[in-house]
Design a protein around this ligand. Structure first.
Ligand SMILES: *Cc1c(COP(=O)(O)O)cnc(C)c1O
Length: 406
C-alpha cells in the first residue's frame, strides 16, 4: 500500500511570469493524491466523491475525474458545476441543510443522489423526487451525536446542531418515514484519522443498524485526512471492508480537503517592511488572510511558509530564536488581518516573493474582494515536467469586483 508522504519537490512556485498574488496548484502533487484515492477505492471497494465545497477550481478536474466516482455538491450552483464538469458516467450527490421547491425541481434534473437533512424536508419533497425523469437515490442525513471535533465551528454534533436526524427523532417519526429512503449519510469529522472513523462508526452502527436492512448505502461524509502524512490508509480500508462484510451496504466517502492536501501554494509579494522599535517588525503583503485564505482566521491556524519557521502561538513546540522575525500582515484595513509571526533566515525586503503552503483547499472557493483587494490569479504548474509547465489560468479585474456589487 502506498502511504501518504509529504515532501514538497524542490521546485520554484514563485517563478510564474505573472504578477502576484496567485494561487498555484501543482499537477504532479495532485496526481500523487489521486493515486491514493484510486487505491483506496480499489482495495476497500468503496466510492470516493469530491466535495466541491472544498475545491471547485475546475481547471484541475480533468486530472481528478478519472480517479473518482463523482462529486458531491451543497447547492444548485455546485450541482450545476459538478454536472457540467464531471458529466455523465459519474455520480452527482447533493446535500443541503434545506432546499426550496425550486431547488429540488432543478436538482432532480442535475443529481442522481439527493440527501435530505430532516424528515420534514424529505416528506415535503418526496413526490417531486419520486416523479423525477430519472431514478433519484434518496439519502437521509443522520446525526449520530458523536464527534471528536473539538472546535465548535466545525463540530456538527453539538446540542445546538442543525445537521441531521438523531436516533430519537427517527424513532418519533415512525417506521413509515423511511419509506423511499435508499441510504444514510453522516458527516462528523474534520481533518481526522481513520481511528476516529472507527470509533464514530461504532456509535453510528450501535444507534442505527436496526434500520440498515431498509437501505442500500451509507455515506461516511468528509473530514478523512486520507492523504496526510501518517494517515493509516490500511485501517481505513479494513474498516470499510468490515462494515460492508457485516451489513452488505455500499460505502461512499466524500472528502474535500484530502483530495488537494499539500498540492497548492499562494505566492505573494512583500510591499513594505515596517521596522518597529519594540521589535515587532511588520511586513505588508499583497494578499490578505481574511480575503484570500479565510480559514487562517476562522480555524484559526498559521500556514507554513517556505524558508520560514512559524512563531505563532497555535504552533506546537517551543518558539525558536535567531533569524529575522516578522509579523506578516495583509493588505486590508481589518486590524486582525494578520497571517502570523515567522522567523526568516534572511531579512525580507520589498519585492521579495513568499510562498504560503497548502493553499488549494478552502481558498479559491471561499475568497472575497473585501476592501476591493485584488483577487489572486489562478495558476498551475507540473513539478514533474522539466520546464515546470507553468500556466496562468485566470486573472481577475475591476469588472469582477464591480459586477457583483449591483
Ligand atoms: C465539508 C463537507 C465535506 C468535506 O469535508 P472535508 O473536511 O473537506 O473533507 C463532506 N461532506 C459534507 C456534508 C460536508 O459538509
Amino acid at each position: 500500500m502506498m502511504n501518504p508522504i509529504y515532501v514538497y519537490p524542490n521546485f520554484d512556485y514563485t517563478a510564474l511570469p505573472a504578477s502576484t498574488p496567485y494561487y498555484i496548484t501543482d499537477r504532479a502533487l495532485l496526481r500523487r493524491n489521486m493515486e491514493i484515492m484510486q487505491e483506496v477505492q480499489e482495495r476497500a471497494k468503496c466510492k470516493i466523491l469530491l466535495a466541491l465545497k472544498a475545491f471547485s477550481t475546475w481547471n484541475f478536474f480533468d486530472d481528478m475525474i478519472p480517479c473518482l466516482a463523482g462529486a458531491s455538491a451543497s447547492s444548485i450552483y455546485e450541482a450545476q458545476l459538478g454536472a457540467e464538469t464531471f458529466g455523465p458516467g459519474k455520480e452527482l450527490h447533493v446535500y443541503s441543510p434545506a432546499y426550496t421547491e425550486m431547488e429540488i425541481r432543478e436538482l432532480c434534473k442535475l443529481a442522481d443522489h439527493i440527501v435530505f437533512n430532516s424528515i420534514t424536508q424529505w416528506l415535503k419533497f418526496k413526490e417531486i423526487v419520486k416523479n423525477a425523469d430519472h431514478k433519484i437515490e434518496v439519502g437521509l442525513r443522520i446525526n449520530p451525536e458523536y464527534s471528536e471535533v473539538r472546535k465548535e465551528i466545525y463540530n456538527p454534533c453539538t446540542n445546538r446542531s442543525r445537521f441531521g436526524v438523531s436516533a430519537e427523532t427517527l424513532v418519533d417519526a415512525g417506521p413509515d418515514a423511511l419509506d423511499g429512503i435508499d441510504g444514510f449519510h453522516f458527516h462528523t469529522m474534520c481533518q481526522q484519522g481513520s481511528e476516529v472513523l472507527g470509533r464514530t462508526l461504532e456509535v453510528f452502527c450501535d444507534r442505527f443498524d436496526k434500520y440498515f436492512h431498509r437501505i442500500k448505502w451509507v455515506n461516511f461524509g468528509g473530514g478523512h485526512d486520507i492523504t496526510r502524512m501518517g494517515y493509516d490508509v490500511n485501517r481505513l480500508c479494513s474498516i470499510i471492508h468490515d462494515f460492508q462484510d457485516k451489513y452488505n451496504l455500499d460505502v461512499y466517502l466524500e472528502p474535500g480537503e484530502a483530495h488537494v492536501l499539500h498540492t497548492g501554494f499562494l505566492v505573494a509579494t512583500v510591499l513594505d517592511v515596517i521596522e518597529n522599535p519594540n521589535g515587532n517588525d511588520v511586513v505588508i503583503l499583497d494578499t490578505s488572510a481574511t480575503a484570500h485564505m479565510p480559514d487562517v482566521l476562522e480555524m484559526p491556524y498559521t500556514p507554513e511558509i517556505r524558508g520560514a519557521r512559524r512563531q505563532s502561538e497555535d504552533v506546537d513546540g517551543p518558539l525558536e530564536e535567531g533569524g529575522f522575525k516578522y509579523i506578516l500582515g495583509s493588505k486590508t484595513c481589518l486590524s486582525g488581518d494578520v497571517i502570523g509571526e515567522y522567523l526568516f533566515d534572511t531579512p525580507l525586503k520589498v519585492g521579495d516573493r513568499i510562498t504560503l503552503e497548502d493553499m488549494s483547499q478552502y481558498t479559491v472557493c471561499k475568497n472575497t474582494m473585501f476592501n476591493g483587494v485584488q483577487l489572486p490569479s489562478i495558476a498551475s504548474c507540473d513539478s514533474d515536467q522539466e520546464n515546470g509547465d507553468y500556466h496562468l489560468i485566470r486573472e481577475f479585474n475591476y469588472e469582477d469586483f464591480k459586477g457583483r456589487l449591483s
